[in-house]
Design a protein around this ligand. Sequence first.
Ligand code: ZN
Length: 704
Amino acid sequence: MTTMESRTPLLHVQGLTLHYGAAQALFGIDLEVAEGETVAIVGANGAGKSSLLKAIAGIVAPSGGRILLDGRAVTGQPAARMAALGVALSPEGREMFGDLSVQENLVLGAVAGKPGKAEVGRRLEEVFARFPRLRERSAQATATLSGGEQQMVAIGRALMARPRLLLLDEPSLGLAPLVTDEIFDIIHRLGRAGTTILLVEQNAARALSASATAYLLANGRIVHSGKSDELLVHPELRRAFLGAASRGSPGQSRLGAAGFTNVRLEKPDMSKLTFLPSFASHEELAAHQLNGLRWTVRHARQGSPFYRARLDAAGVGADDVRALEDIRKLPFTTAEDLRDDYPFPLRSVPYEQIVRIHSSSGTTGKRKILGYTQKDLDDWANMFARCYEMAGVTPLDRVQIAVGYGLWTAGVGFQAGCERIGALAVPTGPGNLDLQCEFLLDLQSTVYCCTASMGLLLAEEVHKRGLAEKINLKKVIYGSERSSRSMRKRISELLGGAELFDIPGLTELYGPGTGIECSDHDCIHYWADYYILEIVDPETLTPLPDGEWGEMVVTTLAKEAAPLIRYRTRDITRVIPGPCTCGSILPRHSRIRGRTDDVFKFRGVNIYPSTIDAILSAIPGLGSEYQIHLTRDAQVRDRMRLVVERGAGVESRRTDELQREIVHTIKRKVIVTADVEVVDYGSLPRSERKTKRVFDDRIQDSIV
Ligand code: ZN
């Protein structure tokens, strides 16, 4: 701290020891308080905090060491002398004269300096200006005041001395949280007004957020010191504060071993904490990407027989990647590769390094299973925290997570990111509209995470029950499905004007959270420090320039368990050129427009046309030709209409029977309801090339 280096501190404690009889309470305490600074001493009950403060105030005499005020030794001076030198103590437990009025107690605080009557009046006026409540209560017996008001009297009494150094001992002791808020607000304001404060407090988080510098005291020793905002987010301290006691093994951390547990540490100040990368320029980001790309190629080649074979066949190694453009020399990877390599596709680390798997839904063939190392999970949580940050979610938010937990990547991803930013997670999972509404209402959730369909269902339910005015929903983070602008508008309106954020995701690429719509909307910033996104022509696989629509291809830069090299996602999007109005330098892509392989999502279910094909083929009397039409009705509900030909020579009187059978079988096997139209043989168009079977007209207006 520059003030400490350049100037004599107002208070300087050197090697201070204190004994109560044979028992030693303080062991060589060193501490400084600069003029105008608020310094906190934090620690558990019995750590020696109050003893230290009493020694400084002259109430108890130290057994060794020195106390300097303005560089002059004042060690062992009695309390009255210290008060005359400008050290005022607001003691633990307030120590008020209960029978005396508020004003009488306050006036006592001025006694040490022996000011004149007019001066006492002026100081009283200042205290009343700072604590209007005390003016109202000035004639009241102090014992009749609330705990918070008594604390105000105690601080006010100390201020009556016009202290150069204000010592506050446990100001929040015994106070309700709301009252504590009020007292700390006063401490903040005193600090801002230039009062030098040494604060002793068991509530570590409160003390750390109220101070510039802090000392952590355990068993009579300083175990840690530094800038308060850094201590507040210090991982070891957080672990010690939050984890050690509850894990039942406090010895695991140094502070835990020192008895420094049971101290509540509140959430970090998000205004000082960011999950966004700090690249100053596109060149810096590109250099980071090149390093990541080279690492990935080397790592995949060493760790995965699949990749080694592929890379060898393509004749490229990590040394051939000298510039980002060299990514084009690398072979593509596809979903089929993942299925062939089941159950641990693309595995590039030993099995024992894999700590979790996730799996994607699918209606045909084997599921895709992807493994994660602990670092993969950490990276993913960091990306997800970044998504919340970009959407403006803060530790004060309550995040109702209404997506699936379990094998699916969504729930646990939303959860991990939420915990990382320190918001409150309400893990309801999907469905159960009664429960969703109940929690929105009772917990006043401010953020809702869901699929687009679930968002619409909930919005309609909230509207139906007339809850829009009673809930507190501000943001909806939704993903996994395409959504139209009209659907977004409807969800937002029905939920009383909530702001919507589209979050894309792909199990192969960690899961959701690899990018998010920014507050300027209509584009998705993606985390280019974790993966490279290319847009290629799905037919020729030629890379396309920014701005052109094509298939999204991703290459990871840090993924360990199952790295992706030029993985074809089949999602259709484009890179949006130029900077975003939101100011982020992170690149962006459009919302996903569709799929190149005709897989479509209908009411939350991934459906492959081949599944429909197989069902229809198994029903005798039907021809080979069919079309799937997807539309959205006036209520913004998805509808599926199947147009199917009768087989050659099948009589038209069987139409109704065939129709019923198709509806029934689709419902049973795919669990969706379709409208079915059976038409004459030969009435659907044929093509020599791949016949277009899926006509997705759900979204006309959405894509930017
Ligand atoms: Zn933006």
